[in-house]
Design a binder for this molecule. Structure first.
Ligand code: PLP
Length: 396
């Protein structure tokens, strides 16, 4: 059985992924026969509780954590909010957050609204990135103060795939006694993570980015880290998150983590080769195109390419005619035509930022699909440029 929709060329896996067939299979019994409440005393519920234990271990194994450090949530956004708000509650006398200018809205918008949410005034430092999307560690060190409650820095950027030096940044925070959160929603399953060796206190995961269903996530909380639940309620998740567990999806997430752990090295080598072929092919065949983000410090599946003098949304519409799915920064999701805050932070010129397309691959993509995209993209860009008043021919 293949879950993949064969009708589309799906290169938008940083937005969401197909659910792996093995994951669907693992989930089915919990949507049909085993519907007991995992907190119930009788065996019919207890065996469902057992399945949560297995899933917790599968997730923990993928990231080098202990099962007790894993709390299931509803999504990556909930995990991010929980981590940051928990740290602020643990240290009410500290009112400073250090983060970056390129975080996903799950962290960015929480920081923007944290004063309203908490009723307290906070100081937020948003670290700059350079033209390749990398942070300056000296700026980071200088930003940390006695009043810093938490650092929240993503492991890998969802738009460019750029990977931040989390190990070093977490160590620096630890030396200063500051809690460290990383939004690893795009990294988990794509790059190896071993939290045993890291000073990370909180880490966020989202199921639907790694071939599990939507609506399930994880917050890793290092043993001993002060913690206050975001959802108060029942005693579920050892009192760390109220609400009856989304059992089938949690079982699916566990299976997805097991699959990712088993195949990561081999599959990511293959995905990276496909990504590189796509990226190099596009840059070679389309004039005035450029890669956004660091060449090597990057997720193996992501290529963010700008096509100057054309509009990202228009490119997507033309790609859609060939059933090729990708994404143009955050413009389409925000409903505005503003270029993405990530590319703006990197200083990508307006003409290029507007025409940026994020291609994000998965283990289910094939070389034939990449070849198809490489065949269609030059003609799409050329036809759009013919209509552009700004295009004056190859300007490389
Ligand atoms: N963080 C990053 C880096 C993401 O890419 C996303 C989703 O795009 C999220 C957080 C939010 O995850 P969820 O959709 O599970 O809330």
């Amino acid at each position: 059985m293949s879950q993949k929709n064969e009708e589309v060329v799906y290169l938008d896996n940083n937005a969401t992924t197909c659910v792996a067939p093995e994951v669907v299979e693992a989930m089915m019994p919990y949507l049909t026969q085993f519907y007991g409440n995992p907190s119930s005393m009788y065996n019919f519920g207890g065996q469902v509780g057992e399945s949560l234990k297995i899933a917790r271990k599968q997730v923990a194994d993928l990231i080098g954590a202990d099962p007790e450090e894993i709390t299931f949530t509803s999504c990556g956004t909930e995990s991010d909010s929980t981590a940051i708000l928990s740290a602020l509650q643990s240290f009410p006398e500290k009112r400073h957050i250090v983060t970056t200018r390129v975080e996903h809205p799950a962290v960015k918008n929480l920081c923007d609204t944290v004063d309203t949410l908490t009723g307290h005034k906070h100081r937020i430092t948003r670290l700059k990135v350079d033209a390749e999307g990398m942070l300056d560690l000296d700026e980071y060190k200088a930003a940390l103060g006695d009043d810093t409650a938490i650092v929240s820095v993503m492991w890998a950027n969802n738009e460019t795939g750029v990977i931040f030096p989390i190990e070093e940044m977490a160590r620096i925070a630890k030396e200063r006694g500051i809690l460290f959160h990383t939004d690893a929603v795009q990294a988990v399953g794509k790059v190896p993570i071993n939290l045993k060796d890291l000073d990370v206190d909180f880490l966020s995961i989202s199921g639907h980015k790694l071939h599990a269903p939507k609506g399930v996530g994880v917050l890793y909380v290092k043993r001993g880290t002060p913690y206050t639940p975001f959802l108060a309620g029942g005693h579920q998740e050892h009192g760390r998150r109220g609400g009856t567990e989304n059992v089938a999806s949690i079982v699916g997430l566990g299976k997805a983590c097991e699959l990712a752990a088993a195949k990561m090295e081999e599959e990511n080598t293959r995905v990276k080769a496909l990504r590189d072929k796509l990226e190099q092919g596009l840059l070679a065949s389309i004039p005035n195109s450029m890669l956004n983000g660091h060449k090597t410090e990057r997720l193996p599946n992501t290529a963010n390419v700008s096509f100057e003098y054309v509009e990202g949304e228009a490119i997507l519409l033309h790609m859609n005619r060939y059933k090729i799915c990708a994404s143009s920064g955050s413009a389409c999701t925000s409903g505005s035509l503003e270029p993405s805050h990530v590319l703006r932070a990197m200083g990508v010129p307006f003409t290029a930022a507007h025409g940026s397309i994020r291609f994000s691959l998965s283990v289910y993509n094939t070389e034939a699909e990449v070849d198809f995209v490489l065949e269609k993209m030059p003609e799409i860009i050329e036809s759009l440029r013919k209509m552009s008043p700004f295009w004056k021919g190859d300007q490389t």
